[in-house]
Design a protein around this ligand. Structure first.
Ligand SMILES: Cc1cc2nc3c(=O)[nH]c(=O)nc-3n(C[C@H](O)[C@H](O)[C@H](O)COP(=O)(O)OP(=O)(O)OC[C@H]3O[C@@H](n4cnc5c(N)ncnc54)[C@H](O)[C@@H]3O)c2cc1C
Length: 448
């Protein structure tokens, strides 16, 4: 494996939108990742005036750094109805927006080396059947068709041909342009510092560029949602894991779609290369929040114990020093970190480059031309939080999407837009924040 360049240059020219902040808006959205942007798109499409404030640039954090998998396969049952809706949206999104978001439906394959691993697919196969999702168990012939000579490694696998892939570096930007066309105001380099209440309800947001009067706020702040909520007196459990990713140069091979092998996760890109990551590492740097939230995460951590790689370093002290409350005329942690851009983990890059050719022989000599990392934020049951907070009417949260929020993002945005307008059709009981505090069992049924 040749590693020619490890600098993540994809993000050097961030996507900025200058706009005059409105004095008032029907809805203000905090965060320009795929969830906030999709909510802005659907709200503005329905004629609601909406202003989205992003502290850095559009899709600078998780939403452009992810693997680009758009899959229902292997999801927690609670996410399935929304994800099926999202697949419908992705299928028409390029046409609807008038630009290519890179969506291609080439299937999602999980591989198995042993009979034990094949048996472990049973519970998903049963669940898929109840939702009429056509996941099937496959043998060598179809493994070769989907994954080339990597098939020699595996005993079998499951595939959902109706799952797809899309381009994270294009998709959210295309949706943002769609929202602007519908009249949404999107402002980058504009951190939201806090909220104002009147009679217990939301009355305004305070940004670094001024105040916007509004009765409705959506916090879609990704990895920053817990800190923002803490600053307004709301406890939202959230922890982060770093995921290191590389991409290869373009290469012609029969390897299609998304393939998850326990050593390597891979996705074909529209530029002809592959986005590649380690199949099973949870790279968590211990911080004060690890201790604060550990009791709620015990089951999730136990489930992924073998993948867990814990370390302790500068991030512990950075988080310790970070203010948790601030005055509205002070610079906040959001302005001090415009874009969360963690360093890729070099030992994981080396593991990827050592294993890639063994798992996918056609990629033995491909060049790795870029690497980057992203912080995946997750809730204790690995299912997102989508709700209006009972304690602050008008304050909505859409966050905690774990390593699966890109695929579900468009439908999550659409669902939140409907929730705000009281016209939502998907049952959101399982997504309420209060489930972590009312004694409900915390059930992580899928992985981070
Ligand atoms: C490496 C990696 C691989 C992944 N792979 C996949 C995958 O293959 N498929 C999949 O479905 N999902 C995947 N995910 C998960 C997916 O990327 C996320 O779940 C999804 O992008 C979350 O979107 P979001 O809009 O909630 O958050 P983000 O994209 O993180 O956006 C939140 C935004 O809020 C902004 N913000 C925060 N605080 C403030 C503030 N106070 N004021 C203004 N702005 C603020 C931030 O700057 C940020 O831009 C992966 C994630 C990572 C990191």
């Amino acid at each position: 494996m040749i590693i020619t360049d490890q600098v993540n240059d994809t993000w050097l020219n961030g996507y900025q939108y200058e706009a005059n902040l409105p004095q008032q808006s029907s809805v203000v959205i905090i965060g320009g990742g795929i969830v906030g942007i999709s909510a802005a798109y659907y709200l503005s499409k329905q004629g609601i005036d909406v202003c989205l404030c992003e502290k850095g640039y559009i899709s600078g954090e998780q939403s452009s750094r992810n693997w680009g998998w758009v899959r229902v396969q292997g999801r927690d049952e609670r996410e399935i109805p929304m994800m099926l809706k999202s697949l419908d949206i992705w299928r028409n999104l390029s046409k609807e927006l008038g630009e290519d978001v890179g969506y291609r439906e080439e299937g999602c394959l999980y591989t198995a080396y042993s009979h034990k691993e094949i048996t472990a697919f049973d519970s998903w196969l049963k669940l898929a059947k109840t939702y009429d999702i056509h996941t099937k168990l496959i043998g060598k012939k179809e493994l070769y068709e989907q994954a080339g000579n990597g098939a020699k490694n595996w005993l079998g696998g499951i595939i959902t041909h109706t799952d797809g892939r899309a381009e994270p570096q294009h998709a959210s930007l295309a949706i943002a342009r769609g929202a602007i066309k519908q009249g949404a105001v999107i402002k980058t380099n504009c951190a939201v510092r806090g909220i104002e209440k009147s009679g217990g309800k939301i009355s305004a947001v305070i940004t670094e560029d001024g105040i916007i009067k509004t009765p409705v706020v959506l916090c879609a702040a990704g990895a920053w949602s817990s800190l923002f909520c803490q600053s307004i007196g709301v406890n939202l459990p959230q922890l982060k894991v770093r995921s290191t990713v590389v991409r290869t140069s373009a290469i012609d091979t029969p390897i299609k779609g998304n393939i998850f092998d326990k050593n390597i996760g891979i996705r074909k890109r529209v530029d002809g290369g592959y986005t590649v990551a380690h199949g099973s590492v949870l790279d968590h740097s211990i911080t004060p929040n690890t201790f604060r939230y550990a009791p709620k995460y015990l089951r999730a951590l136990w489930k992924e114990f073998n993948a867990l790689r814990l370390s302790i370093g500068q991030e512990f002290f950075d988080e310790l020093k970070m203010p948790k409350k601030w005055k509205m005329d002070e610079i906040t942690p959001f302005e001090n970190c415009r874009v969360l851009n963690p360093k890729p983990n070099n030992s994981i890059i080396n593991e990827i480059s050592n294993k890639l050719g063994d798992v996918f022989p056609e990629l033995q000599n491909v060049e790795i031309i870029e690497s980057w990392a992203g912080m995946v934020e997750t809730t204790p049951d690995v299912v997102p939080i989508i709700c209006e907070l009972e304690q602050i009417p008008g304050f909505y949260v859409g966050t905690g999407f774990s390593g699966h929020g890109f695929g579900i993002g468009p439908a999550a945005g659409q669902t939140i837009a409907s929730l705000i307008q009281n016209s939502n059709e998907i049952n959101l009981d399982a997504f309420k924040l209060k489930r972590f505090f009312d004694g409900s069992p915390i059930r992580p049924d899928s992985t981070i």
